[in-house]
Structures are given as C-alpha cells and as structure tokens.
Design a protein around this ligand. Structure first.
Ligand code: PGA
Length: 254
C-alpha cells in the first residue's frame, strides 16, 4: 500500500515567531483531529528547522521536511546545506526540483539526479517535483515533458531505491496562481507517470510509489483531487501557511 502524504511547503515565508506559532498549531490540530493514516510533512525555511522540529518530531505522523539540499556531501560550499546537516536536525523528507528552483536556481534534471542520490544515501525521502509550463500544456506535449523529467532524474535508480522516492506532480501554471488542474487533469497525468514508472520498473513497483499533486491545493478542492485513484496526497504551498486551512486539507485525505 502506498503512503498518503500531505506536505506543506512554506517556501520563503515565516519569521521565527510565525514559524513557532504555525507549527505548534498544525501539530496540535493534527493530534486532536486527524485519525487517518495520512502522513504530514512540514517544510519550513532551513533556519527554522530545529524550532519547528521541536513541535513536529514528538508527533508520530508529522515529519520534518526541507525545501532543498546540496548534492555534495560536505565541505567548501558556502551557503549550501547538506543532507547530513539536515538529517542531524531531524529532517526525514527533502523536496527536490521544485519548479521555482528549476527556474530561479537553474536546477537541471542532471543536477537533480545527483541530489536524489545524495538524499537516498542519507536515508531521507526525496519528494521529487516535476511539472510542465502552460506553454507545454497548450502544445499538448505535457506527458512527454514530465516523463522525461522522471527518466533523466530518477531512472538511474535501482528497483529498490525508486520505491524510496515520492513524486510530486506540480503543473507550473497552477502554482500560486489560484488555478488548479482539474481532478481529471491531475488523474490523467498521475496515471501516465505511473505507467511510465511501470514501463521501467514493472507495475508492482510503480504501484508502490506515492504521487502527490501540487498547485493551488486548498480545503475547497482537496477532497475531489485526493479522491482520484492515482493521487496519493498533496504538496501544498500557500494554503500550508494557514493552520486551519492546512489541517482541513490533511483531513480530506482520510
Ligand atoms: P501553491 O504552491 O499551493 O501555493 O500553488 C504549491 C507548491 O509550489 O508546492
């Protein structure tokens, strides 16, 4: 049975005080109100990881996530953060290849393949992001484009290691725009990606890999999106900054 996961990507938001309040509210509400087997991941900015970890780590179903990491193990990489450092503060999930990093930091499929390797060697779960631009969607080549992102960054992995990866499909045109993919568009892409995984690793392994949807997920559309057979949860940006809204999204994963 593949895992159901709701991950909150806080991006470059929250002061220390806001991070403290938001994380404690989310953890308390999840403890009081959620009794499904869905896993919750909270990915704050790096500097708040320890602080947020204080609230998150004691809860068995809530995990600490990071938004990025270096592909290097350690050393003279000023300003970078390694998997080992993240692991030492309790991080168990790392978001990789978010479209904002692909765009603003020039992260390529090749670089991401190296980051995936570092994260897996550190025994942390990568949340590998993929997704097409509006231009590609309008040209009708989105399945080929996103499949290629998987091929180039993940298909060097062994059958054992590919099962350690969580995939997040995030159409760029739906991120932070208020424009969500329809549940059918999400399902179609997720099914295509699962078929692509099956073509390389076989159906049984493809069926074990969680594929999350991201892009303007909110409480109002979560039930419908998560109701799709190949949608195994969500990667939530804006709505993860409001505790009540985020926990309602978690509750719709039940
Ligand atoms: P959004 O962001 O929910 O604000 O659209 C999702 C993401 O970028 O992970």
């Amino acid at each position: 049975m593949r895992k159901k996961i709701i991950a909150g990507n806080w991006k470059m938001n929250t002061t220390r005080e806001q991070a403290e309040i938001l994380s404690s509210e989310v953890v308390n509400m999840v403890a009081d109100e959620v009794n499904s087997d869905a896993l919750v991941v909270i990915a704050p900015p790096f500097v708040h990881l320890s602080l947020v970890g204080k609230h998150v780590l004691p809860h068995p179903n809530v995990y600490l996530g990071a938004q990025n990491c270096s592909e290097h193990e350690r050393g003279a990489y000023t300003g970078d953060i390694s998997v080992e450092i993240l692991q030492s503060v309790g991080v168990e999930y790392i978001i990789l290849g978010h479209s904002e990093r692909r765009e603003h930091a020039g992260e390529s499929n090749e670089l991401l393949a190296a980051k995936v390797d570092s994260v897996i060697s550190g025994e942390i779960t990568p949340i590998f992001c993929c997704g097409e631009s509006l231009e590609i969607r309008e040209a009708g080549t989105e399945i080929d484009f996103v499949s290629k992102q998987l091929t180039e960054s993940l298909f060097h992995l062994s059958a054992e290691d590919i099962q350690k990866v969580v995939i997040a499909y995030e159409p760029i045109w739906a991120i932070g725009t208020g424009k969500t993919a329809t549940s059918q568009q999400a399902q179609d892409m997720h099914a295509a990606l699962r078929a692509h995984l099956a073509s390389k690793y076989g159906q049984e392994i493809a069926d074990e890999i969680s594929i999350l949807y991201g892009g303007s997920v909110k409480a109002a559309n979560a039930t419908e999106l998560f109701g799709q057979p190949d949608v195994d949860g969500g990667l939530v940006g804006g709505a993860s900054l409001k505790s009540r809204e985020f926990v309602e999204i978690v509750k719709s994963m039940a």
